[in-house]
Design a protein around this ligand. Structure first.
Ligand SMILES: NC(=O)c1ccc[n+]([C@@H]2O[C@H](COP(=O)([O-])OP(=O)(O)OC[C@H]3O[C@@H](n4cnc5c(N)ncnc54)[C@H](OP(=O)(O)O)[C@@H]3O)[C@@H](O)[C@H]2O)c1
Length: 295
């Protein structure tokens, strides 16, 4: 009989996310252990403690989930966990800080689907603007869009310098270029006049774009919002909308994206359990899965 699957959920925060605990349970994992206030230096010890305690044949029945609210920190933790393993003890790692990897992946896949419906094959070469880019979701959604070949501008409402560090870090890690602008200095009107795709990942309950502002977005093809808490991020785009007509282009709402995010996270948790060899899952696996679901 296969050994029970054990998921060690680690976070630098004071609590692991109840959302992620429920997702793991609904994916069939019954042994879920939270570890809180974890720092980078704790990862090696915890990983080796988890891997040495199991018969090597059952190593693959052991997984680490890394959460938190900082994508770079979570990716560094995953690297530290991987580097601390060696045969035959390798265990799986899935990193999804604040659900941002699966959420951003779903957002990109749903936007690409909306683009295809209007005759545009991909994000390649498009002017993509990310609002709320200093947030963990906004940064990753910008990174994935850049990897897909878009010209990405990260927009912050508190100064370009607030976002530049993250853009530089992603540039170093993944060789992408992310432009950073301050919403107030640049002016929303000027920005929107150039936008072909808008990805709105601002804080819950914050409206970023009004209907009137969207009138000026004459090149817009798709505008997507991930905020499901009223007031929503884009006026005129309701949570369930998936292709609603805007003054220019179409809109996609938070729950149309959330529905795909939910399936992506479930699929990746299932992949950990079904693996016969350890797997290491990050936003790149999430986007591949999301694209498969929306193809
Ligand atoms: N549907 C799902 O599955 C799902 C999953 C996870 C998260 N979410 C949603 O995704 C969104 C982003 O999450 P997050 O944790 O990254 O958010 P967050 O950290 O709370 O906020 C993201 C960014 O929003 C911007 N912002 C805050 N107040 C603003 C204002 N008054 N005007 C304009 N921008 C403002 C800020 O960026 P700047 O200062 O740089 O402008 C902030 O860094 C949230 O709405 C969250 O609820 C959805």
């Amino acid at each position: 009989m296969a050994a029970p699957y054990v998921l060690h959920m680690m976070t630098p925060l004071a609590n692991v996310s109840p959302f992620d605990v429920n997702m793991a349970a609904d994916a069939g994992i019954s042994i879920i252990v939270p570890y809180t206030n974890i720092t980078q230096k704790d990862i090696v010890g915890l990983t080796q403690d988890a891997m040495f305690s199991r018969d090597p044949r059952n190593a693959v029945r052991t997984g680490i989930f890394i959460g938190g609210r900082d994508a770079s920190m979570a990716l560094d933790m995953m690297d530290a966990a991987k580097k601390s393993m060696f045969p035959p003890f390798q265990i799986s790692v899935f990193v999804d800080p604040y659900g941002s990897f699966t959420t951003a992946a779903a957002m990109i896949a749903v936007v690409e689907q909306a683009l295809r419906k209007t005759g545009t094959e991909s994000l390649k070469g498009l002017e993509v603007q990310v609002y709320g880019a200093t947030g963990v979701v906004g940064g990753i959604v910008g990174l994935i869009a850049a990897q897909a070949g878009a010209n990405v501008t990260l927009v912050s409402h508190r100064g370009a310098e607030a976002i530049q560090g993250k853009a530089d870090d992603f540039g170093r890690r993944y060789g992408v270029k992310l432009n950073c602008v301050d919403m107030k200095t640049e002016g929303k009107e000027n920005l929107l006049a150039k936008a072909e795709v808008v990805l709105c990942a601002a804080a819950a309950g914050v409206q970023v774009l009004s209907k009137q502002e969207l009138e000026g977005a004459t090149k817009l093809r798709v505008a997507a919002d991930i905020n499901a808490v009223p007031p929503l991020g884009i006026e005129g785009v309701d949570v369930h909308d998936n292709g609603v007509a805007l003054p220019h282009g179409v809109g996609v709402g938070a729950l149309a994206i959330g529905n795909v995010k939910f399936k992506v996270q479930h699929a990746l948790l299932s992949r950990m359990q079904e693996a016969t060899k350890a797997v290491y899952l990050d936003f790149q696996d999430a986007v591949e899965t999301a694209r498969g679901l929306t193809a």
